[in-house]
Design a protein around this ligand. Sequence first.
Ligand SMILES: NC(=O)c1ccc[n+]([C@@H]2O[C@H](COP(=O)([O-])OP(=O)(O)OC[C@H]3O[C@@H](n4cnc5c(N)ncnc54)[C@H](O)[C@@H]3O)[C@@H](O)[C@H]2O)c1
Ligand SMILES: N[C@@H](CC=O)C(=O)O
Length: 479
Amino acid sequence: MTEQLLEKGMLLNGQWVQAEESFFVKNPATWENVGVVPSGTAAHAKQAVDAAASAFVTWSKATAYERAAFLERWFHVIESRLEEIARVMTQEQGKPLTEAIGEVRYANSFLKWYAEEAKRVYGEIIPASVGSKRLLVQKQPVGVVAAVTPWNFPAAMITRKVAPALAAGCTVVIKPAEHTPLTALLLAECAQEAGIPEGVINIVTTLHPAEVVDTWMEDSRVKKITFTGSTPVGKLLMRKAADTVKKVSLELGGLAPFIIAEDANLDEAVQGVMQSKFRNAGQTCVCANRIYVHENIKDEFLEAFTQAVADLRVGNGLDEGTEIGPLINEAAVQKVKRHLEDAQAKGAAVHGEAVLASSVGHFMKPIVVSNATDDMLCMQEETFGPLAPVSIYTDDAEVVQRANNTPFGLAAYVYTQSLQKAFFFSENLEYGIVGVNDGLPSVAQAPFGGMKESGLGREGGHHGLEEFLETKYVSLNLK
Ligand SMILES: NC(=O)c1ccc[n+]([C@@H]2O[C@H](COP(=O)([O-])OP(=O)(O)OC[C@H]3O[C@@H](n4cnc5c(N)ncnc54)[C@H](O)[C@@H]3O)[C@@H](O)[C@H]2O)c1
Ligand SMILES: N[C@@H](CC=O)C(=O)O
């Protein structure tokens, strides 16, 4: 059952604002209304930038220690409301409550880490070739930042951008995905409770993403766009950013290969692939999309893997014991079905049934297909659902070539017990993230991001802070 209907406003310059139009947020497990939020317009988008530009004047001049203290307080408020935020996330997004709790903790780890890192934005002094000169390099915040985020990680994709932006001295305007605005608004409530000054964080919820985001893309006061979502929308924003030469960070789609070498520890490999493939019902940008298993271990692997998949419990994320929640909407279900039918038509063997686990809600059973070949849709497109294709390989160099034969390059995984193979694979895979014997590599202190059409820039770690800083060179002649 969905809990009490939440009615929220957008946060503009410290005020909770309504709009003429509003929309219901639906629970993908029950199709019930979870909440109702305003649908912001271009006028609200402009108000958000007005507020952020005005707040930038003081926020950028606060000391790093002052900004760090605000982030630290925000972290503590979120911690005190963790369960409440996670429950709302499960209702609007569908993921099991344990995963939602995990996501709020993960999201909050960015606040903690950047509260600490804010104090380590160092400049440089470069030796001069003229005795009277001093060459200084200073780091300064880029200015107002626009952040556009997806529905699959409604909290973490916001804090992974906003925490480093605020730490650097930037102010932000945020547009969360229309499926999951409530989690974003709860985070903003926590920021207000933590005393973060008005205008530093502004959120526009809307059913009209292009109208709101285009307003920001056209506004020369917005100095940076940071986007997480699909590759087509990322490319569109990159083109639009050109007109005002905004800085651009893009975290886009993936097509992760998961390679299980002949010498892998099979129990660990099965555990790793289960974590990677089925987190968030397969709706994670770093989810294993293509599983490559060495020919000599294929039977053993398939037996253990299909059993583990058959044991997964599908249901409403609020029900205890649920491991796979609903997909976000009907289009997501149809995409997985299309990939499954295509694989079957091209000769894949299907293990299990993808029948709906319930007549209400966007549920799909997790399913394995074996004998997958590279011409199948599920090996070429991000499935973003609980379908796991397994393909056989015989030669390490050949599987690297197959893994790299895609425009995408976000995350890749390798299971092996050989140090040589670990280096061979990690050095030759054209991916921004490689998990070696690790199905869950994402952490706040390390750089997350993709190569090729999976994105530009990095989030997390000191690399993620750099994305929100300008480098200024000052040549000081003392004579
Ligand atoms: N690389 C990463 O870190 C990462 C993380 C999470 C998700 N993703 C990717 O995100 C995708 C799933 O998310 P999605 O379906 O929400 O993506 P999406 O691109 O449809 O939407 C992402 C955001 O962009 C907005 N948007 C949509 N159309 C727009 C337009 N024309 N102009 C401006 N904004 C627009 C949406 O409202 C949403 O806020 C997958 O491809 C996934 O791999 C990547
Ligand atoms: N939450 C994911 C991001 C993509 O969906 C992660 O950080 O691992």
